[in-house]
Design a protein around this ligand. Sequence first.
Ligand SMILES: [Zn+2]
Length: 388
Amino acid sequence: MIRTIKVMLCPNNRQRTKLFACAGLARFAYNWALSYEQGNYELGNKFICDYDLRKIFTVLKSEKEYQWLNDYSNNISKQAIKDAVKAYQNFFKGIAEFPRFKSRRKSKPSFYADTSKIEFTQTHVRLEKLTTSRKRNKQKFNLVKLAEPNKIPTGADIKYSNPRITFDGLNWWISVGIECEESTEQPTNQGIGIDIGIKDLAICSDTAVYPNINKTTKVRKLNKKKRRLQRRISKKYSKNKKGECYCKTRNIVKSEKKLLKITHRLTNIRHNYLHQTTSEIVSRKPKFIVLEDLNVKDMMKNQHLAKAVQEQCFYEFYRQIQYKCNWNHIAFITADRFYPSSKLCSCCGYVKKDLKLSERIYICPECHNTIDRDFQASVNLMRYGLTA
Ligand SMILES: [Zn+2]
């Protein structure tokens, strides 16, 4: 089983510049490969596999115009070409759309580090060829500091897979896959049904309730700050408008960076909370977990709920529960979309078809069973899991 770990990097200024340059090279190689394939296709020639394409690229390096390619690790361009060819193939297989060229302004700077060349110490990561000098005292330039020491396991017997270095608009990150042993422990406790919603994030059939984090003062304040900043930036743009085109002043760049910081902070708070919630649910070792098959697209159509739905990050919740179930041998079940989890009475099985969204307490007209709507839904989902 491979687990991926992502750690922030703390490069110094010169390293930072070099990292951007490496990402630039990856972008160049990707675009080059894509346009080469495209031109080749238009000429009516056969598809070129990435092995041959890389050979052509290597020849390119000896040309005077492309001398600068030699200042970088060849693994960066190698993987970028591989990625481009794969994206190109996926288009012809009908899996994906035609790959776009990576633009300097819009694409996310990222590149690949070779698995055999990368080295981790407890505090640093050694990347290949950040410096072109072979002198020993310059070699420390290749060492980039990690923000969290001891997070990535080190040792000769550890296999790293697919290390990627990315820039998220503020910081550089490294993500690396690590082979680890699968847990052999089998879950023993009763299954859990989870009803996810807007009022509370998750209501479990074992009476645990996880509230909505977006309603806490901390998140609300941050949200307010974000809105205010967005307004200010928008005003600045219209103030500095020259004729028809908008112009980006230094102050706008500064404010946009501030805005990005707040946005990241909000996402981090939300995702951290999701991780804590999902981990806690999984740590109770249920035999199975049932979630309803939510159609987020349909929920987004309701303009009163759209924002709240978006802020709850339901997809992320699903994704986390799913892979954490996988890790711990827990069966992950999604209830059918037409299963009436909230309309069904948990006592007599009556289906209340005209249940409104505002009815928080469910009162059954048949057996007069009075119960919290969301809790009942989670119990129903749990029962669905028993029969599935
Ligand atoms: Zn009933």
